[in-house]
Design a protein around this ligand. Structure first.
Ligand code: SF4
Length: 392
């Protein structure tokens, strides 16, 4: 990292060379634990001075090795993660914690664990429903993760350290929300691409360093004179993880600002806080099982109901996105999915109904998570922007 770089410049540096800081910390004796999605409770790692490091794919890197473990008709993001793992790009990891956030991910991480050795691996099962029994089962899963982490490090996660870690991650969530609020003005004070750069940086460095980075970015962005230009469209992007700023810039172009997002590489991991309950595992259970809202958990409008009111069901599942649309003055929604993403693919017709019920223009764009997918995406985004016209 350049000596003295701060704020957005520092976020860009971390984004462009993600593993550099992790490798520095490893050289100082810290252990780096990879995780592929937002269902992994980072608080437990932080409480043990481990450094959580998110595993991403790379849409610019052709997939040449993953065929050894995963078929081609499979989530390309997971295929890309495995491909990078098999090419040794994540060899510096001391451990790997994955969660059953979706079936493709469950399969991919099982293959990963069978082909790539780390000193420590753990798989966290996550129930697919919120039925009676799910909560206790998942708390048991978190208890098991705590035990294996303690055994790996030879340290105990004390209540004090876990509380401090939860507070540090909650602070990060609050700071990210503050950053996202800076996208409410027209023009927004920070672009979608810059925001993604910050979020990806946060998932590459320890939480305390991330919180300091966020404070710097927020201070800088509030004062900047060179922010995004006013553009006709203010978009919300919904879907699975976006992790490359070229992807975001393809959508923003000259005619749109992405002012809000709901995806696993954006706001989702920061939407709400972990409650500081007396037994801290209760708050973590509630957060990771109930409060996280990617479309991988079956939710009913009212527990125990056998019939659903469709409008009420949509509102209970997606009402928070309606609040985003109002709060960020959104005039168009892009549902973007990587091909073979089952959870988001199954959710898409329902969320389209929800957007239609709000009268918000929306479109669905599928891609294959490759650099070559960007030019066709651009054409389709331009078509959509012509349909919605300039913001009134
Ligand atoms: S949610 Fe979709 S994109 Fe994410 S890992 Fe699962 S299948 Fe892939």
């Amino acid at each position: 990292m350049t000596q003295g770089s701060k704020g957005l410049a520092k976020a860009k540096e971390v984004y462009e060379d993600r593993s550099r800081r992790a490798k520095e910390l490893k050289a100082e004796g810290r252990k780096i634990i990879g995780y592929p999605c937002i269902y992994v409770p980072l608080e437990m790692m932080t409480a043990l001075d481990l450094v959580p490091y998110r595993i991403y794919g790379d849409m610019r890197e052709p997939i040449t090795e993953a065929d050894r473990g995963l078929q081609t008709a499979f989530c390309a993001i997971m295929r890309s993660c495995l491909d990078l793992g098999l090419k040794g790009k994540y060899d510096f990891l001391d451990g790997f914690v994955a969660a059953h956030s979706c079936d493709p991910q469950e399969k991919a991480v099982r293959v990963w664990a069978s082909l790539i050795e780390h000193p420590y691996t753990h798989f966290l099962d996550v129930p697919g429903t919120l039925q009676a029994g799910s909560w206790e089962y998942f708390k048991g899963q978190l208890t098991a993760l705590k035990k294996t982490l303690e055994s790996f490090t030879g340290k105990i996660i004390t209540q004090t350290r876990l509380r401090e870690a939860i507070e540090a991650h909650n602070l990060q969530r609050a700071l990210v929300r503050e950053l996202y609020d800076l996208r409410k003005p027209d023009p927004p004070l920070i672009s979608g691409a810059e925001t993604l750069q910050v979020i990806k940086a946060l998932t590459s460095i320890p939480v305390e360093e991330g919180n300091e980075l966020l404070r710097q970015v927020i201070t800088e962005v509030k004062k900047r004179k060179n922010g995004p230009q006013k553009k006709p469209a203010r978009l919300l992007v919904w879907g699975n993880t976006m992790d490359d700023i070229a992807h975001v810039e393809t959508i923003e172009g000259d005619e749109a600002n992405i002012v809000m997002d709901d995806h696993c590489g954006g706001s989702r991991a920061y939407r709400t806080d972990v409650e500081l309950t007396e037994d801290l595992l209760d708050g973590l259970t509630d957060y990771y099982l109930v409060k996280l809202i990617p479309p991988r958990t079956f939710r009913v409008a009212v527990l125990g109901e056998t019939k659903k009111d469709w409008a009420a069901d949509l509102e209970s599942r997606f009402g928070y996105i309606g609040e985003y649309i109002k709060g960020w003055d959104v005039n168009g929604v892009i549902m973007q999915l990587v091909r073979y993403c089952d959870p988001h693919g199954f959710e898409q017709p329902a969320i389209k109904d929800y957007f239609d019920s709000l009268g918000i223009p929306n479109t669905y764009l599928e891609h294959d998570y490759s650099e070559g997918a960007l030019a066709p995406l651009r054409t389709r985004v331009q078509g959509f922007l012509e349909v919605i016209g300039p913001k009134a």
